[in-house]
Ligand binder design. Structure first.
Ligand code: AMP
Ligand code: ZN
Length: 502
């Protein structure tokens, strides 16, 4: 099957082939562990998971690596020269309050002044969320998720290489900068030319950020600062690395190649982060490419608006799963499907209605599994040329069209299944990508969804019954919800079920 992906580097949809046919090497930017990850972050992370699972569906062996940023990501990250405050420092200032308010459990982060404890707390929270949502790489933490703070040595090596190759210099202010003028392809990914950047294109580079630099877009690789919250000795003074260098180094270190196949991230990382990664990696290795494909997920919005703390529509994964976002608890499989089902190159609109639709889809697939498993314990090995898998695969091969892929399988799922073993084999292959029925498909224990009614689906069914003025049905569902321990409210926006306090 010709797999085609959109490549931000060329602005076109291209046929995908790995550099090494034995293994696809992919790297994705992971979380900055200064707070709980939000559903927008997870849209980007699950998008990377989806690419990986799609490639595996087509028989590729995939090595996926992700980083944990636990130093050097400044609050003012557009200029990346050490302006602003390290996000870990911001977390250290906030953590006492978060413990008081209960956002962070009292027993966690014993020493709130220790950024390593803070980073570990949020790393654990991230891994828990990621595993709940079936993200494969999260089950490979020891091997394939790397912490910036544990890789300072390779960063220093790459910085030395860049200085030796005249791509970097120590500025009069003592900061080691990458010289963007030394790399003729700087700007190719984002479309920001050096001329535009010279004049401060889009306000991303400001005059005041120029101190010590040869070009205003030169970015920091190392900053000597012995007062920084995390610091290491280096040939350029005790200090800390820039944010961009960690990804160049960890991708190369763990994937073992100068040129990798796919690099993923959210759209905000195209510039400056990924532009700078390319300059660093290619500057250090001399190779004519760093990643063959650059793939970016567009942002998630909430009910049509930008998600932001100030407007009160800012949701972590926990907020959604535990019912704080919508009034209803949400099964992780439903949130997973909701976050992967709209095309990654469109802004995603997170809505209650969308969750209800996803709950319906998950339910159909889970019901099919229950039905088939009651008839057989055998899952036949089904060839990819089977018409259902062909149709499903064709959509995925077309730049990961999940909505199309779902459209190809849902009528089949609801139909007759005379050969249960065959159908189970097909469902298993479909679920190796969707990972919602059951959730995860990573060999780990999942909560048995049959033990718990699916609250979102029940609310949706109650909405339908009320719309059809089927009051007995509506009452029946209300009783079911109440029996499961929920208070049920009907609101203009639909039915809401809230867990009763114990
Ligand atoms: P951070 O933890 O801020 O370093 O971000 C982790 C990842 O989440 C990056 O790939 C970002 O591009 C991505 N991201 C941040 N906000 C959103 C959003 N609203 N929608 C989609 N992706 C996002
Ligand atoms: Zn990165």
């Amino acid at each position: 099957m010709d797999i085609r992906f959109y490549n931000t580097l060329t602005n076109t949809v291209e046929s995908f082939a790995p550099v090494d046919s034995e293994c696809v090497r992919m790297y994705g930017c992971g979380p900055t562990v200064y707070d709980f990850a939000h559903i927008g972050n997870f849209r980007s992370f699950l998008f990377a998971d989806l690419i990986r699972r799609t490639l595996e569906f087509f028989g590729h062996n995939v090595h996926q690596v992700m980083n944990i940023t636990d130093v050097g990501h400044m609050t003012d990250d557009a200029v990346a020269d050490g302006a602003g405050e390290d996000k870990m420092e911001a977390a250290a200032k906030r953590i006492r309050e978060d413990k008081k308010s209960g956002k962070v459990p009292e027993g966690a982060v014993e020493n709130p002044d220790d950024p390593y404890q803070i980073a570990q707390f949020y790393t654990d929270a991230f891994l828990e969320d990621a595993r709940q949502l079936g993200m494969k790489v999260a089950f490979e933490y020891d091997d394939n998720i790397l912490h910036a703070t544990q890789n300072i040595e390779v960063m220093q090596e790459m910085i030395s290489q860049l200085i030796d190759r005249n791509h970097a210099y120590v500025g009069p202010d003592g900061v080691v900068y990458y010289s963007v003028e030394s790399f003729s392809d700087y700007g190719k990914l984002s479309g920001n030319t050096l001329d535009q950047l010279q004049t401060g294109a889009g306000g991303r580079i400001r005059d005041s950020d120029q101190a010590g630099k040869r070009h205003p877009a030169d970015f920091m690789l190392w900053k000597a600062d012995s007062s920084h919250i995390m610091k290491w000795d280096s040939p350029w003074g005790t200090g800390y690395p820039g944010w961009h260098i960690e990804c160049s180094c960890m991708a190369r270190k763990r994937l073992g190649r100068d040129i990798i196949d796919i690099h993923t991230g959210g759209e905000d990382l195209i510039f400056p982060h990924h532009e700078c990664e390319i300059a660093q990696s290619r500057g250090a290795t001399g190779a004519d490419s760093f990643a063959q494909f650059w793939m970016h997920a567009r942002f998630l919005m909430v009910e049509g608006e930008k998600m932001s703390k100030s407007t009160g529509n800012f949701w972590t994964v926990r907020d959604v799963l535990e019912g704080r976002a919508t009034g209803n608890e949400v099964h992780p499989a439903v949130l997973r499907l909701e976050l992967i089902k709209s095309h990654y190159r469109s802004n995603m609109n997170f809505t209650k209605k969308g969750l209800q639709d996803s709950a319906g889809v998950v339910k159909r697939l889970q019901e099919l599994r229950s039905r088939l498993e009651s008839q057989t314990s055998e899952s036949a090995n089904i060839d990819a040329s089977h018409p259902i898998l062909q149709a499903f695969g064709q959509c995925l091969a077309d730049d990961v069209n999940v909505a199309g892929a779902l459209g190809a399988v849902l009528p089949w799922a609801s139909g007759d299944h005379p050969d249960a073993a065959e159908s189970l084999g097909i469902l298993d292959r479909i679920n190796s990508v969707l990972a919602v029925a059951p959730l995860g498909d990573t060999g780990t224990e999942q909560a048995d969804s049959d033990d718990q009614p699916d609250i979102i689906s029940l609310c949706a069914m109650m909405d339908e019954a009320r719309a059809a003025k089927d009051w007995p049905k509506s009452d029946e569902i209300r009783a079911q919800l109440e029996q499961a321990g929920y208070d049920v409210k009907t609101t203009p926006a639909g039915t809401i079920a809230e867990k009763k306090l114990a």
